[in-house]
Design a protein around this ligand. Structure first.
Ligand code: SF4
Length: 245
């Protein structure tokens, strides 16, 4: 049984045909598999990633890991049906074909209920989810977009570098994911963002101090700082007023 056949047994989305993609990526000596399900009309329905223990990976293990991951995450599809930053041009084209208004907000995907947080959990914040479900917002997760696995070691900013709790420098992945998400935001002409406070990516006014002791300091995450420089107005789940722009 191949991966595609296994996925077809798992999920049927109306008349949609989906295209699973498994992309092995080198990640500091281990391998991360990125798994996407893309509908025939181009929408990216689902994206997740997980870390494989060793190389080479037996095909059977890859299949079992992929199916296990999807079984877990597809159960939450009612709250996180897509992760638009991964295929922003296709999502934009889809919205135009459907006559949908273009979104004016970007929101941290974990606030919408997507389990993309470092520990594999979400930070569901109902107003963010409502912005997303009503079509006014696209969800973005710059750490996923940078190819980091979920779950992953927690990271904090130390002297301008992003370090994980084991001392590995993850700055390159954070910068790459942030740039990818800023590009998506600019493609949609988005003017406002609602982001998760204290994250080393999404924190808008406050982050952890780099000591992994829970101490907070004033400052912004990598993605939030980039967005602010590009002229996007930032809110967090602690500051948002949610007036329409
Ligand atoms: S990078 Fe942002 S969206 Fe992704 S899990 Fe962290 S806070 Fe949430």
């Amino acid at each position: 049984m191949d991966i595609d056949a296994a996925l077809r047994e798992l999920v049927v989305f109306g008349q949609n045909v989906y295209r699973p993609t498994v992309l092995p990526m080198d990640y500091g000596g281990s391998t991360v598999c990125q798994v996407s399900l893309t509908l025939a009309d181009g929408r990216c329905l689902f994206h997740s990633s997980f870390e494989l223990p060793s190389l080479p990976v037996p095909e059977e293990q890859l299949l079992a890991d992929t199916v296990g991951l999807l079984r877990r995450d597809l159960a939450a599809l009612d709250t996180c049906p897509r992760c638009d930053h991964l295929d922003a041009p296709a999502t934009k084209a889809y919205r135009e074909r459907q006559g949908l208004a273009q979104p004016s907000w970007a929101v941290s995907a974990c606030l919408c209920g997507q389990r993309c947080r470092y520990d594999g959990d979400a930070n569901l914040f109902l107003p963010a989810r409502e912005l997303f479900l009503s079509g006014q917002a696209i969800p973005v997760c710059p750490e996923c977009a940078g190819g980091l696995p979920t779950p992953r070691p927690p990271c904090e900013i130390q002297d301008g570098r992003v370090m994980d709790c084991h001392g590995a420098d993850r700055t390159a992945a954070f910068l790459s994911g942030a740039k990818r998400c800023v590009s998506a935001v600019q493609l949609f002409g988005i003017s406002h963002a609602l982001l998760k406070e204290r994250s080393p990516s999404c924190g808008t006014n406050c982050i952890y101090d780099g000591s992994f002791s829970g101490k907070r300091i004033g400052g912004s995450g990598i993605f939030a700082a980039m967005l602010r420089r590009s002229g996007v107005r930032l809110e967090s789940e602690e500051t948002a007023s949610f007036e329409s722009p």
